[in-house]
Unconditional design. Structure first.
Length: 125
């Protein structure tokens, strides 16, 4: 059985032609720099073939994580579930109150950016 489909081969061929002509660019929408490596060009072609639904093996670096033989299932969390609920409700309350007040405080626009006056008050002993 073939590892790669005909559609994948055609897509890689198109990308290699672009690479040889110097038109292939990396990044989303081709906004990155010009591809200078043949292996990178092949990887781009395979990625595009994968997106279009062609038969291409999965990437070598990505693999499904297996659960350990000892643990197997979820651990019981009796005491923490109520604490999580209260934290979630607290965060909802704070975001609601921040929306009412107008969000975050805006920075002061006086003077140079990033300059602050240092307090020069001395403590009396």
């Amino acid at each position: 059985m073939a590892k790669y489909s005909k559609k994948a081969q055609d897509k890689v061929g198109e990308v290699m032609r672009e690479y040889k002509q110097g038109k292939l660019k990396s990044g989303k929408g081709g906004k990155g720099g010009k591809v200078k490596n043949k292996k990178q060009a092949i990887a781009i072609g395979l990625s595009e073939a994968r997106e279009s639904g062609a038969k291409v093996p999965a990437k070598k670096g990505t693999s499904v994580k297996k659960t350990s033989a000892k643990g197997g299932g979820k651990k019981s969390q009796k005491g923490t579930s109520s604490a999580r609920k209260s934290n979630a409700s607290k965060s909802k309350a704070t975001t609601a109150s921040s929306r009412k007040s107008g969000g975050r405080k805006k920075a002061q626009t006086g003077g140079k950016a990033g300059s602050r006056k240092k307090s020069t008050s001395k403590k009396n002993k």
